[in-house]
Structure formats: structure tokens, C-alpha cells
Design a protein around this ligand. Structure first.
Ligand SMILES: C[S@@+](CC[C@H](N)C(=O)[O-])C[C@H]1O[C@@H](n2cnc3c(N)ncnc32)[C@H](O)[C@@H]1O
Length: 368
């Protein structure tokens, strides 16, 4: 294979869940008692449920939010931007005139899908990481010869199930097995895959430049896990934003219609809903910045005034102008991808670059 050069939304306001009335649960916070880990202890959750009426919350969300807001520079991993509403808002972002990445990647995939499918061969299983709406999936799946199964993996469970159901209608002969999972950890594949034909390869599809949401170190670790997932005979199809032109980058993350702002601010709504937070969402604003040294876009939520917000009844103070860093989006050129792939024991087999040079699709192959 050769490298080729190719080339109504309305954010609306969700009804706010009334916040539970909160008073310190004496059983948890009284000095002298065995300390309880608020984030992860089952007893702690039960006590809170008794006192506040909460039934449950995701302990990983709680742990990340509590520890992220306790840092001198507040941050929350971008993974938590994606609840059902966050996923819907992200889809709306992909339709925006400023957001070139989705259109560029779709155009590239249209062009290289047949070549990639030829390399994949028949009876393959495709595992898609951070699959979201699976909108790009048909381009590859439709080009493949007798695909055996499709395993979309995403943290945003309800959205994943809906997308999988839609795809079943379109590909009735392919076994579609969604997995709600976290790609920052090893992903458990469905047991039924052991019935897959031995000669079919495993393909990992990782589009959308989601790899850019990880730090370079995390990205290498993630690639290593993806190599384990598809095995030595596998292939990885990786979509990467490589744009570093601030003039097109900044609007892509700060659109005129305010959809990206709604996507970012939804994180505070989510914390209010799921962790009994008391954020005044109107007292924060969205900001996108480009760090040209690190070659990354950063998304922040900026506190417009001095204020305090509670999460799981812990207070967090904000100075005016202080931010919560909510997303990184690293831009990796070909050399960076090759070097990360080498560290993850892979080599780059081929690649395709959009004619304007902003987006690339790379084909990686694990080696032993
Ligand atoms: C940038 S969007 C890309 C969506 C889609 N692949 C595309 O190309 O348009 C990132 C996707 O990864 C998912 N995601 C984010 N963090 C995740 C994690 N830690 N584990 C699994 N999925 C995650 C989100 O729910 C979302 O669907």
C-alpha cells in the first residue's frame, strides 16, 4: 500500500433535577470514626442514599471529579463530557461548519476504505473504540468482505446501545455486540467472539482523533492495549487530527452557535444531576485555547466570579477567572504517530492525508 494525498441544533435547557437537600451525614464525616472514601465506598454510597435520597452514582465519575477539583489546577478527564446529552451535543458539533475533522475523515475513509478492506480480508471482526454514533463505521464495514462481527466500545452506554440498534438494521448479517467500556483500561470483549472464524483478522477502528484526548504517554499505553486487543495478526485504523493552524483550530472548538460551549458546560449539569453538585452553570463560561508548544487544544470552564460549589457535599472554592480544564485535543503529525506506534510495538503500514493536510488516517500493524 502506498501513502496517498487525497484528497438545528438548539442546545436548549434540560430540566434541572432538583438537588437533594443535603446535610452532613454525621456517620461519614464525624471525626474519630473510620475514614470513609467518599468516592468509592459502598457503605458511603448507601449512607448518602439513605440521607439524601440518591440511589447510586458512578464511583469512577465521583473519584475523578473529587480528585480533579482538589488539584491546585482544577481538571476533570474529558471522558466525563460524554453522558447521553454530551454524546448528542458532540454529534451536533460534528455537523458544524467550523468542525472540519468529521467531514475530512469521512472524505478520507470514502477514498481509502476499499484499500483498507483489501488488506483486512474476509470474515474479520471490527472493534471500534469510542464509537459514539458509529457514523463512520458503514464506510469500512460496507467495504469489507463478509465481516463477521462488529464490537463498538464506548463509555456513553445509552447512546452506544441506540447507535448499535441502528447499525443492526443496516447490517443484518453482521453480529453487532456493543460493549460499554473504558478504553483507558483493558476492554473485555464478548465471549461469543471465540466462535469467530480463525482466519478472520481483528481490526481495531479508532476514528475521530479520540486518541488526541489522551496525553502522549497515555496514547502509547492505549495503543499497546489496542495491540493486545487485536493480536499479532490484527490491524489498527487510526484517525488523527494533525492540523496546527490556529485560525481553523480555534473556531472548531469555539463555534459561533455555542454548541461546543453547551457540550463543555453540560459537564457541570451532569455533576449537578449525578453527584448532587451545586454548580451555578450560568456562572461559568466555555473557553478554548491552543498551546502551540504542546500542539494541543485545551477546553476550559472559566469561573466568571468568585464562588463555591459543592460536589457530594464537599465545597470547592473558585476565584474569578479560575478554570476547570476539561479536555485536551493533541494534534499529531505523521512522525509523532510513527514514534508513538514504535513505542507501542507497532509499525505504520500506510496512511492517507486529506488534501488540505489537516486530517490523516493511519494503518498500523502490531509486531512482536
Ligand atoms: C471525539 S468523540 C468521537 C466519536 C466518534 N468515534 C467519531 O469519530 O465521531 C469520542 C468518543 O469516545 C467516547 N469516549 C470518551 N472517553 C472514553 C473512554 N474513556 N472509554 C470509552 N469511550 C470513551 C465518547 O463517548 C465518544 O463517543
Amino acid at each position: 500500500m502506498t501513502t496517498q494525498h487525497l484528497r438545528n441544533f438548539s442546545p436548549g435547557a434540560e430540566p434541572r433535577t432538583p438537588r437533594p437537600l443535603l446535610r452532613p451525614p454525621a456517620e461519614v464525616d464525624r471525626p474519630g470514626r473510620v475514614p470513609v472514601d467518599h468516592a468509592d465506598s459502598r457503605r458511603s454510597r448507601e449512607l448518602r442514599a439513605e440521607i439524601t435520597g440518591w440511589t447510586s452514582y458512578d464511583p469512577r465519575l465521583a473519584a475523578d471529579v473529587l480528585s480533579g477539583l482538589s488539584q491546585p489546577r482544577k481538571s476533570i478527564p474529558s471522558t466525563w463530557l460524554y453522558d447521553q446529552r454530551g454524546s448528542q451535543l458532540f454529534e451536533a458539533i460534528t455537523e458544524l461548519p467550523e468542525y472540519y475533522a468529521t467531514r475530512s475523515e469521512i472524505a478520507l475513509l470514502r477514498n481509502c476504505a476499499a484499500e483498507i478492506a483489501e488488506e483486512i480480508g474476509p470474515d474479520a471482526t471490527m472493534i471500534e473504540i469510542g464509537s459514539g454514533s458509529s457514523r463512520k463505521t458503514p464506510l469500512l464495514l460496507g467495504a469489507m468482505q463478509r465481516p463477521y462481527a462488529y464490537v463498538p466500545v464506548d463509555i456513553s452506554g445509552a447512546f452506544l446501545m441506540h447507535s448499535a440498534a441502528l447499525l443492526r438494521g443496516r447490517f443484518p448479517d453482521v453480529r453487532i455486540m456493543p460493549v460499554v467500556g473504558d478504553f483507558k483500561r483493558p476492554v473485555q470483549l464478548p465471549h461469543a467472539l471465540r466462535f469467530a472464524p480463525a482466519r478472520g483478522r481483528r481490526i481495531v477502528f479508532f476514528p475521530g482523533s479520540t486518541i488526541g484526548n489522551l496525553t502522549p504517554e497515555e496514547a502509547v499505553q492505549c495503543l499497546e492495549r489496542l495491540g493486545d486487543l487485536c493480536g499479532p495478526n490484527g490491524l489498527i485504523v487510526l484517525g488523527v487530527d494533525q492540523n496546527h493552524n490556529e485560525e481553523t483550530l480555534l473556531p472548531a472548538y469555539n463555534d459561533a452557535a455555542g454548541v461546543t460551549a453547551a457540550f463543555n458546560l453540560n459537564l457541570l449539569e451532569r455533576i449537578n444531576r449525578e453527584l448532587g453538585g451545586s454548580f451555578d452553570v450560568g456562572a461559568f463560561r466555555h473557553e478554548a485555547r491552543y498551546d502551540s508548544d504542546k500542539r494541543r487544544i485545551e477546553m476550559h470552564l472559566v469561573s466568571v466570579r468568585e464562588q463555591t460549589a459543592e460536589v457530594l457535599r464537599r465545597p470547592f472554592a473558585f476565584a474569578q477567572g479560575e478554570t476547570i480544564h476539561t479536555e485536551n485535543s493533541y494534534k499529531y503529525d505523521r512522525e509523532a504517530i510513527e514514534s508513538m506506534a514504535a513505542r507501542a510495538k507497532m509499525r505504520r503500514l500506510a496512511g492517507w492525508v486529506e488534501e488540505r493536510g489537516r486530517f490523516a488516517v493511519h494503518l498500523l500493524e502490531p509486531h512482536t
